[in-house]
Design a protein around this ligand. Structure first.
Ligand code: TRP
Length: 376
């Protein structure tokens, strides 16, 4: 549990001003350094995703091992997931876009888990029907990202529990209550389903090995708040005869209100959802917190601060993949050449165009998702 007074990062709560260096130290993960970036670039065919170039994916566990195995011809499997909620916000797309890039560049399979059980257990107000329905809606967003359907398998926990359960039992038998308390901060008031849950999230990290009958490296790209689950997974792996899954961690996309908060589905004015009408999303952008000054004159003279500007940070995380353009814009913003109104309008246009296209792909995926839910 990382509760540092200034900020909190757990799988169920992220708040405050996250100090990522401190988090790496606290969690015990490794920085992605330049030699490692160069190695990924080479193996990916000479190109590096902007999220790696910009240090948005900034931390890892055992990535060199996955790359060693890949070089020996032992391909890895990808695993990521989603705790379904009513709407997907665009911050959630960050690790998914990156995962798609990995899938494409390395030509590897992906397991995508929808933890409707988790959401039901951890959110008082939600019913099982709600969280199952959310899984379906969220799956549209996942498919809209464009994963290769032939190489992507989606698991909705309550629908495929028979696949997961025997292996979850193996995990659960190796995890004590005191470990769960130490890792997640559970108390005597925590429902017992929540205490068990991490066993379920562990299983897809082992499924490729179980199903192939030989050790398959698994790489998990995710936001760093999921790391506690996988520390447990990695801890039990050798005791069950499985390789430890490797991890790639990304930072949180700041909310429109500024760098102190990550975007959260429970904060609708402050968050852009993938299902927002493009015009409505554009209005949210126009109300965003910026790194600007109190008056135009002051901003022209002293400039703004892109590091704390949510508009600049959206461009950084999602909407300006061109490094040169981003750098120029940040410079112009810093020296007062670009003002907030113009910057917001620039982002708003990009957000609108993106949402239109994403929503089209989302609807295109609907028949497939309906079919998947009927079959399972
Ligand atoms: N617990 C995750 C969430 O709340 C969902 C999830 C399941 C996940 N398996 C994962 C996320 C693997 C990243 C990687 O969003």
């Amino acid at each position: 549990m990382a509760k540092k007074g200034e900020f909190t990062v757990t799988p169920w709560e992220v708040s405050g001003n996250v100090d990522y260096d401190l988090l790496i130290k606290d969690f015990g993960s490794q920085r992605i350094d330049e030699p490692l970036r160069q190695r990924i670039k080479k193996l990916a065919g000479g190109e590096l995703h902007y999220m790696l170039r910009r240090d948005l994916f900034f931390s890892h566990r055992d990535l060199p091992w996955v790359l060693d195995e890949y070089e020996k011809g032992n391909k890895f499997s990808l695993y990521t997931g989603r705790g379904p909620s009513e709407h997907t916000h665009i911050g959630h797309l960050v690790p998914w876009f990156f995962t798609k890039w990995l899938q494409d560049k390395f030509n590897v399979p992906l397991l995508f888990q929808f933890t409707d059980d988790e959401k039901y257990l951890f959110k008082d107000k939600l019913t099982r029907k709600d969280t199952l329905e959310f899984s379906k809606e969220n799956m549209l967003d996942v498919l809209a990202v464009g994963f290769d359907p032939k190489k992507t398998r989606m698991i909705v926990d309550t629908k495929e529990i028979a696949t997961l359960y025997p292996h979850a039992l193996d995990v659960a038998k190796k995890v004590t209550f005191s470990t769960a308390k130490a890792v997640f901060g559970f108390t005597n008031d925590t429902n017992i389903g929540s205490i068990f849950f991490t066993s379920i999230q562990s299983v897809p990290a082992f499924l490729p090995t179980i199903e192939k009958g030989k050790p398959v490296p698994v790489l998990i790209p995710c936001a760093i708040d999921q790391d506690p689950h996988f520390r447990v997974t990695r801890d039990v792996a050798p005791r069950l005869g499985y390789p430890k899954p490797a991890m790639l961690h990304c930072r949180f996309v700041p909310a429109l209100l500024g760098p102190q908060s990550k975007m959260s589905a429970s904060d609708p004015v402050n968050t852009i959802f993938t299902t927002d009408a493009p015009e409505e999303a554009a209005k949210k952008v126009m109300r965003a917190f910026t790194g600007g000054r109190a008056t135009v004159a002051e901003q022209r003279e002293k400039g703004g601060n892109p590091d704390i500007c949510s508009v600049c940070q959206y461009l950084n995380f999602l909407f300006e993949p061109d490094d040169k353009k981003l750098k120029e814009r940040f410079e112009d913003y810093r020296n007062g050449k670009i003002l907030d109104g113009e910057n917001k309008a620039y982002l708003a246009e990009k957000v609108k165009a993106f949402l239109k296209e994403h929503q089209r792909k989302r609807e295109q995926a609907r028949p497939l998702v309906e079919k998947l839910f009927e079959e399972k």
